[in-house]
Every structure is written in structure tokens, then in C-alpha cells.
Design a protein around this ligand. Structure first.
Ligand code: URA
Length: 433
């Protein structure tokens, strides 16, 4: 078999056989196929697409390109959740403890932030001492002990995706639905959980800009999960404004703690209740949404979910006094209030721009190896549908490096204010199974 023949076949709209996909992924992972040929294949896939069967086979080949985690040492149903990423998205850190408190086992591998979206691992690492490099044995023991572990992906997990993602990044082939779906699902499937709940976001601050694309991506991932015998469901959620009020690592951890103490933002809580309900049903803890919501709300009211977070932090070497006393988190040199220049209703709020401001303050990475400042970021005071008076605070900037005119302008440009009443956006568009 020759890679050049496969490239030509896909270029001309042909269907790749199982053997050809195996040849391609195995050859690329093991350096027998060079980047230039794989790059050409990725571009051919972008133009010609992959059918459902090809996408499933590609995912399975990628999943088996490295270690597949064996979670059979954990009793009970292991549930996993994945968000396609957004601004202020701290859902996993609220949802994980909530469903763990209700009896699910959460053995989760998360990622770091790049660009305007934050990463769960970076947020967790704002808790002093906490580490995310955990051996497979300790990971399993921790989930058995406290029902919850959120760690970094091991190096040997889906090596094909590591190489392919880096290549896609530099060949303009990232935004191709079968490639995104196989990239995400290969990692989720290799992480070994029994069920997968996807939060596919759409909007200005998300990877998928339209609801329609988000649905196609969700359906592609559900099809892959089902073909490989995993209960896979998806929420389609709105990311036209940041989730919650906080953007930035320790600021978001404080919001997580507030939410688990029962004082969180409404949108974040609602997303966690809806996602959590699906996860409890996937784990057969209950068979209906009403009782699932009640169990999840009880986990917050009784502080059981907060205790799960605390137990996880402690097990991963973190100082859990920060969970009890969030005022301990390092403070920035300055907190600058940005005040509205006019009165009216917030019509739109550009999540992408605010994510970029937070990144430029030092809260995120422009390139993979950048250091980050865990203490900086933004806390919104007004979101879409809120009324703001002239000179009222729109948001606060937490900074150690002041605020340049450029960033201040970006913040003002992110808010569109109008005279007419604006209703609150719909957060969850659809639940797909
Ligand atoms: N996230 C992934 O893991 N892979 C993609 O291709 C896109 C987003």
C-alpha cells in the first residue's frame, strides 16, 4: 500500500477502506508516513469529508494508537464529560463534584488552555500544591476513595492525535468536523469511562460558530460513541457570552466554590443541573430528570459536592484550606473597574474578545509553553439582558500589569448596549442522544 494512492483516492472523492485507514494512522504515528503526505491527506479530507464508517474507523485507529486506560479497577459506573471549550467554562469543576456526590465515579482527564479558552488543569493548578500528573494506579485509587479525580492526559494517550493536531494547526485543517470529532472522541474513548456527556458549545466564544455546525459535530460524536458501544449524549449550549461571571484561573475557582456553596451564577448552575441530570441517567442512578435535578441540588445544599471537591484537592496534594477560605487566593496588584459610558440594556457581549483580554493580561497562553498568571482575569458585573446605568461598573479587571489602552478599548468594544429591552439568551438549545 502506498500513501500517495490513498491521498489520490480521497482527493477524488473515494472511500477509504478500514485497512487503508489503519495503514495511514499506524504509519503516521510511527513516523513511516511524513508530515507532507499526511498534510495533503488532511486537506483532501477537509474538501471531500469522511463518511460515518470512515470516521468511526479513524477514531478507533487513533484511540488504539497508544494506551487505552483500563478503569475496571474502579467499582460502579465511570462517567465522563467533555466540553468543546469556551470562555469562563468552569463546568467540569462544578459538575464533577456534583455527580460524584450523587454516586457516579468521575475519572476525568482534562486539558490545558490555549488561546482565548481556559483549561481545567490550569484552573485547578491555581490551588497551591495541587498536581495533575498522577500515575494510573493513583488515579484509580483516588476515584475509588473519593469518587473524583481530574488529571492531565498521560503522554501515551492517543499519540496519533498529538501529531495530527499539531499538523492540523499548521495546515489550516483544524476546522473540519470529522477530524474534530475523531480527535475529541479518540481521547475520550481511550480514557476508559463507561459513558460520555458532551457539551458542544456554539457562538462567538466557541469553536463552532453556529448552532447548526454544533449539532452536526455533536451528532458525529454521538454516532462514533454509539458505534463503539458507549452511551454518548450531547448538550448544545450557547457561548455567545461567557459562562458565569468570572474569567481567569483562580477567579474561576472562586466561582466554582461559590457555586458549590449554593451562591453561584444561575447560568452555570443550570448548565450543571442539566448536564448532571443526563450523567446520572447515563449511570442509571435515576431514570428521570426531575429526580436527577433533585439529587444534584441536594448534593449542593448538603455541601456533599463541596466536600467531594475538597477531597479531590487534598488527594492531589493541594491545600484544601483554599476551598474553605477562598479569600486565601493570591490577590492581584490592582483591580480596575470599567464603567459604562452610557445607559441601556446589554444587547451582546463578545466572549471571544473578553477571553483574549484575559489571556493578554497573562491568564492564558498565546503559545503552548507560555507561563501563566493564575491570579489575573475579569469578573463581569453585567451580562446580556441586564440594564446598566451610565458610570455603573460593567466589569472588573484583575491585573498585575495595569491595563493598556488597547485592552480597555477591547473591553468597551465587547459590549453592545441598546435602548430597547433585551431578553436573556437561551443557554441550552437541545439535548441530543
Ligand atoms: N479539541 C480537540 O481535542 N480536537 C480538535 O480537533 C478540536 C478541539
Amino acid at each position: 500500500m502506498y500513501m500517495v494512492d490513498l491521498i489520490q483516492k480521497k482527493r477524488d472523492g473515494g472511500i477509504l477502506s478500514d485497512e487503508e485507514i489503519h495503514f495511514m494512522i499506524d504509519g503516521y504515528t510511527n513516523n513511516r508516513i511524513p508530515d507532507y503526505q499526511m498534510g495533503a491527506m488532511l486537506m483532501a479530507i477537509c474538501f471531500q469529508g469522511l463518511n460515518k464508517h470512515e470516521t468511526v474507523v479513524l477514531t478507533s485507529e487513533m484511540m488504539h494508537s497508544g494506551d487505552v486506560i483500563d478503569l475496571s479497577g474502579i467499582e460502579g459506573v465511570k462517567v465522563d464529560k467533555h466540553s468543546t471549550g469556551g470562555v469562563g467554562d468552569k463546568t467540569s469543576l462544578v459538575l464533577g463534584p456534583m455527580v460524584a456526590a450523587c454516586g457516579c465515579k468521575v475519572a476525568k482527564m482534562s486539558g490545558r488552555g490555549l488561546g482565548h479558552t481556559g483549561g481545567t488543569l490550569d484552573k485547578l493548578e491555581s490551588i497551591p500544591g495541587l498536581h495533575v500528573d498522577v500515575s494510573e494506579e493513583d488515579f484509580i485509587n483516588q476515584v475509588n476513595d473519593c469518587h473524583l479525580a481530574i488529571i492531565g492526559q498521560t503522554k501515551a494517550l492517543v499519540p496519533a492525535d498529538k501529531k495530527l493536531y499539531a499538523l492540523r494547526d499548521v495546515t489550516a485543517t483544524v476546522s473540519c468536523i470529522p477530524l474534530i470529532a475523531s480527535s475529541i472522541m479518540s481521547k475520550k474513548l481511550a480514557s476508559g469511562s463507561d459513558t460520555i456527556l458532551l457539551d458542544v458549545k456554539y457562538g462567538e466564544g466557541a469553536f463552532m460558530k453556529t448552532k447548526e455546525d454544533a449539532k452536526v459535530l455533536a451528532q458525529t460524536m454521538i454516532d462514533i460513541g454509539k458505534s463503539l458501544n458507549k452511551d454518548t449524549r450531547a448538550l448544545i449550549s450557547n457561548m455567545n457570552e461567557p459562562l458565569g461571571y468570572a474569567i481567569g484561573n483562580s477567579l474561576e475557582i472562586k466561582e466554582v466554590i461559590d457555586t458549590l456553596n449554593g451562591h453561584g451564577p444561575k447560568d452555570l448552575l443550570e448548565l450543571c443541573l442539566q448536564a448532571g441530570s443526563q450523567m446520572l441517567m447515563q449511570a442509571h442512578i435515576t431514570d428521570n430528570e426531575i429526580s436527577a435535578r433533585k439529587l444534584l441540588q441536594d448534593a449542593i445544599d448538603s455541601k456533599k459536592a463541596l466536600r467531594c471537591l475538597q477531597a479531590m484537592v487534598k488527594a492531589q496534594g493541594g491545600d484544601d484550606s483554599y476551598i474553605r477560605h477562598p479569600e486565601l487566593f493570591e490577590k492581584t496588584k490592582e483591580v480596575i473597574s470599567i464603567r459604562s459610558q452610557c445607559s441601556g440594556y446589554i444587547k451582546s457581549l463578545n466572549a471571544l474578545s473578553l477571553g483574549i483580554v484575559s489571556m493578554k493580561l497573562g491568564g492564558g497562553r498565546m503559545v503552548k509553553d507560555d507561563d501563566i498568571d493564575h491570579s489575573v482575569g475579569l469578573v463581569l458585573n453585567k451580562k446580556i439582558g441586564d440594564y446598566v446605568s451610565k458610570d455603573e461598573v460593567l466589569l472588573k479587571v484583575y491585573t498585575n500589569t495595569g491595563l493598556s489602552k488597547e485592552l480597555e478599548d477591547s473591553i468597551y468594544d465587547a459590549y453592545h448596549i441598546c435602548d430597547e429591552f433585551v431578553s436573556k439568551p437561551v443557554l441550552i438549545e437541545e439535548i441530543m442522544k
